[in-house]
Design a binder for this molecule. Structure first.
Ligand SMILES: [Zn+2]
Ligand SMILES: [Zn+2]
Length: 393
């Protein structure tokens, strides 16, 4: 057995030894769902465990109270492995995306790695990245240089499939607000400007636009404000939309068209339109070499990756922004056969026996991949060469 294999066995044994702690903390986070930028307890519990195991914790990060950076220094600054922890829940349905499993797999992998190998050749960090579901906490973290010098950025996501490499769409949120003029809807309708009509026209114009976009494009939204009383002309109407496309460049074009729909509706009704845009979630640049290491390590645990379908069926995540600045993987590990993400069924899977088993396997897979990055001769160079090639594509 090679030295690297022996180290991997040691790291996996530490994950097994810590099983109860990891499952217990993940379950606690599941029971205490906190939405984006409100994940105070999850951040406190996770950093508590990291501190207990010798990590130096910095918090807040990039101006976000619930973001953190936990680090153990090794013999040298590089290679630098960053394990990424998401711990935000969804409003209403709780941990229906299973981020309680994501954070524990990454924190667990880091703790196990440090316990197994107290002095690593390079730097090991855990980056606590809040609000994946809402404002994309990784985006300001990337902009603040938190990922600078990272040779491998890794996390896993629970899913229905074992997919080591999967694309994701660029995405951006858009709030459209129409300002009209209220009036008595029966006694003086001619004095009113109906903001709701403008929003409904926008909605239909987007439906028309949808016929003439490429099949990767997704435009979906809801009406959040549509008036206060049926006998008052609505002076304010508001909708929230998300627009997605294969690349940031394509997304910018579609965003302009969607705004055009709203501007046309404003002209038609006399209402004034205002836009508020979210940050751009970038498309995903998977690192094939890092994904290969991860796949080999999961195979060591008896878990085989499946081939994802060539097109469709993808979402968006702020991990895309990380993947444009550092070699990155975001593999999926199955916790259910049929439940889709963001449903009550998926939330239950995220606290099931199978869910926790997948989380512990993911922790092992991530920790063993960190061993590869740290100990395989030439690994960082290979990762960066693949990074540059895939970015050019
Ligand atoms: Zn989600
Ligand atoms: Zn998620």
């Amino acid at each position: 057995m090679s030295d690297v294999d022996a180290l991997k066995d040691k790291v996996c044994a530490q994950v097994d030894a810590m099983r109860e702690t990891f499952v217990g903390l993940s379950a606690r986070i599941h029971e205490t769902p906190e939405v984006g930028l409100q994940e105070h307890q999850a951040a406190r519990w996770l950093t508590g465990l990291l501190r207990e195991h010798g990590f130096a914790v910095t918090q807040p990060v990039a101006g976000m109270a619930t973001a953190f950076r936990a680090e153990v220094q090794g013999e040298h600054a590089r290679p630098h492995v960053a394990l990424i922890a998401e711990y935000d829940a969804l409003a209403g349905v709780g941990h229906a995306c299973g981020h309680n499993l994501i954070c524990m797999a990454s924190v667990g992998a880091a703790v196990a790695l440090h316990r197994a190998i107290p002095t690593l050749p390079g730097t090991l960090t855990v980056l606590g990245t809040p609000a994946e579901e809402t404002v994309g906490g990784k985006i300001p973290m990337v902009e603040h240089g938190v990922f600078e010098g990272v040779d491998a950025a890794m996390m896993f996501h629970p899913s229905r499939n074992n997919w080591w490499v999967r694309g994701a769409l660029a995405a951006q949120g858009l709030t459209i607000t129409f300002h009209g003029k209220s009036s008595h809807a029966a006694a003086a309708p001619e004095k009113g400007v109906n903001a709701l009509n403008a929003l409904l026209l926008t909605y239909h114009a987007i439906d028309a636009l949808r016929q003439h976009v490429t099949s990767d494009v997704r435009i979906h939204g809801i009406i959040t404000k549509g008036g206060d009383a049926p006998n008052v002309v609505p002076a304010l109407a508001q909708g929230e939309f998300i627009v997605r496309a294969n690349t940031r460049a394509a997304l910018a074009g579609i965003m302009a068209s969607v705004k055009g729909c709203a501007e046309g509706a404003a002209a038609a009704t006399g209402a004034r339109v205002a836009f508020a845009q979210g940050l751009v979630y970038a498309e995903r640049n998977n690192n094939p070499v890092l994904a290969r290491y991860f796949g080999e390590n999961m195979a060591r645990l008896g878990i085989r990756g499946e081939e994802p379908p060539a097109h469709g069926g993808v979402g968006s995540s702020d991990i895309g922004n990380v993947s444009l600045v550092a070699p990155t993987i975001h593999p999926y590990v199955a916790i259910t056969d049929d439940a889709a993400g963001h449903t009550p069924e998926f939330r239950e899977a995220a606290r099931s026996e199978r869910g926790y088993a997948a989380m512990l396997n993911a922790a092992k897979g991530l920790a063993m991949t960190a061993v590869d990055v740290m100990y395989r001769p030439g690994a960082p160079d290979e990762l960066w060469a693949a990074f540059r090639t895939s970015l050019q594509r």
